[in-house]
Design a protein around this ligand. Structure first.
Ligand code: FAD
Length: 505
């Protein structure tokens, strides 16, 4: 076993348990940013493997990659990746309906009130779809165009983007970086976990009897939650009353052409399905409520909807939406699926890993046992998860579909936090972001309006423009969005020229 820690800092020996996306993201980031004296070991079991899904992200991932020094084109080549300008929600307000949650800004601010208030004053409510005419990312997405265009210093493009990628290739890329930076990988199945008298984790023991002691353990064991759940018995807050989908079927399909620079989230009678375009395949999945749809019906529905041939059999993943009440308990921090799961409707899981790592670095244990910091970590983590949970519920609640699954969703009482948020928006289009919550105003505004929640009025300060000034302003922002999209190459052309992944063997 390893020697006891020095007085330097109390997390000298970090043991990361699990080597999926969460484990390798943590390993790569800690190797880069934890104090130089930290020794990092990652234990993973090839026999157990990883969950093997997780292909769509949100823009924060760019910061994570930049902090690690990953070159964007190299990263996309290595992960079979493509660009993502947003998510297109289809059928959530009945068959044929659709709207985008595009990344980046809507219109431009005038320094007084957010853009959508001017749009509302200009009569936007009569033509909800016109909102996206003022969004460069939305215009580029629907035209199938993309390049990382910053715009001019005096007139930023307003584009923001994330990626679609193969999460197992991403983990492999991060593994190369982490191992090069000194992380020691151990292959083997953990058979038991030993605790100190105070309840903290002392060491883990592999099948062959090899023990690994640590000062700080990071549980990245996926749905199994070996440390935080099985060992430390931290309660799981189950949110299935609010988010009833409990299964997903996933299957890869042939590549589609052209490659859309956005994810598709298409509602069906008992949930929704995703379509995620990668360079050499399309990720497909069907998320459903097993009380309303059998596995066979779900498989049928998924395979019938594929565009091209399936590359293998659909895999069924069962889950309970929710999270561990505390993500950091004693000397164990849970990241990834071990910390909890929210369906991938807004592609938030990988982001939650990233923010968990950032927060851990923010509260990195020094020489004093960090009880007060642990409480702060847990409070901030809980707030982040709750805000995302509410955002997902909004998609289900504000629907106009006729099937029993959807009528039930409309009838379920909302959490007070979300009910208050919808009421505030319905009045005069106001939105308040709480603390460091993930999704900002443009995201909420798009989903509210996209799902048919239209404010009755607008912010009084939007009335300070004259009618002519308002017309000029609205046509300027519309022109800007159209011009940004028009000057970009097609997404396929940009990928082929700069980020083409090698053909699979
Ligand atoms: P895993 O990938 O399951 O890794 C667990 C690791 O722990 C493995 O290395 C395993 O070997 C190891 N392990 C477990 N037990 C032991 C043991 N006893 N001994 C040794 N090692 C052990 N996220 C997104 O951001 N975007 C998406 O589009 C998206 N889509 C998803 C779709 C579905 C249907 C699901 C279920 C999830 C999706 N996610 C998505 C979430 C995403 O897949 C995960 O957040 C991400 O892959 C992290 O997984 P993980 O590393 O926590 O767990």
């Amino acid at each position: 076993m390893d020697a006891a820690p020095s007085a330097d800092h109390i997390a000298q020996r970090v043991v990361i348990v699990g080597g999926g996306t969460a484990g390798w993201m943590a390993a790569a980031a800690l190797a880069r940013f934890a104090p130089a004296s930290t020794r990092i070991t990652l234990i993973e079991s090839d026999a157990i493997g990883t969950v093997g899904v997780g292909e769509a992200t949100i823009p924060g991932i760019r910061l994570f990659n930049q902090m690690l020094g990953l070159d964007e084109a190299e990263f996309l080549r290595a992960t079979n990746g493509s660009f993502k300008l947003g998510i297109r929600f289809e059928g959530w307000s009945g068959e044929g309906s659709g709207y985008l949650h595009a990344f980046g800004s809507i219109g431009r601010g005038l320094g007084l009130v957010p853009f959508h208030h001017y749009w509302l004053r200009g009569g936007g409510a009569a033509n909800p779809a016109s909102l996206w005419g003022h969004m460069p990312s939305a215009q580029a997405a629907m035209a199938g165009r993309f390049a990382p265009d910053p715009g001019r210093p005096d007139l930023p493009s307003g584009l923001a983007w994330a990626y679609h990628f193969d999460a197992s290739l991403y983990a492999a890329l991060l593994r190369r970086h982490a191992e090069a930076a000194g992380v020691v990988r151990v292959e083997g199945r953990i058979a038991s976990v030993a605790r100190e008298t105070g309840g903290r984790v002392d060491h883990v023991v592999l099948d062959g009897g090899q023990a690994h002691a640590g000062d700080l353990f990071i549980d990245c064991t996926g749905f199994r939650a070996l440390l935080i759940g099985e060992t430390l018995a931290e309660p799981f807050d189950d949110w299935s009353e609010l988010l009833p989908c409990d299964r997903a079927l996933a299957v890869a399909g042939e590549r589609t052409s052209p490659l859309p620079p956005y994810t598709r989230a298409i509602a069906h009678g008992a949930g929704w399905r995703w379509r995620i375009p990668l360079q050499y395949r399309t990720g497909n999945g069907l998320v459903y409520d097993s009380r309303h749809l059998s596995d066979d019906e779900a498989a049928d529905r998924l395979l019938t909807a594929l565009n091209g041939k399936a590359m293998g059999e659909p895999r069924c993943l069962r889950f309970s939406p929710g999270r561990r009440r505390r993500a950091w308990v004693g000397n164990c921090v849970a990241l990834g699926l071990a910390a909890g799961f929210l369906e991938p409707l807004e592609s938030t899981s990988i982001h939650l890993i990233q923010s968990g790592i950032a927060r851990l670095l923010d509260y990195w244990p020094g020489t004093i046992p960090p009880a007060i910091e642990i409480e702060a970590y847990n409070r901030e983590t809980a707030a982040e998860w709750l805000a995302i949970r509410d955002f997902l519920i909004l998609h289900y609640h504000a629907n106009t579909r006729p099937e029993p699954f959807w009528t039930e969703r409309r009838a379920v009482p909302l959490p007070d936090s979300l009910a208050a948020r919808i009421a505030l928006f319905r009045a005069n289009g106001r939105f308040r972001r709480e603390g460091e919550e993930l999704f900002a105003e443009p995201a909420w505004v798009q989903v509210m309006i996209g799902q048919g929640i239209m404010p009755a009025g607008h912010h009084a300060l939007a009335d300070t423009l004259s009618a002519d000034e308002l017309d000029d302003f609205l046509s300027l922002t519309r022109r800007h969005a159209a011009q940004v999209a028009a000057r970009l190459p097609t997404h396929d052309a940009f990928l082929a020229a700069h980020c083409a992944a090698p053909a699979p063997k």
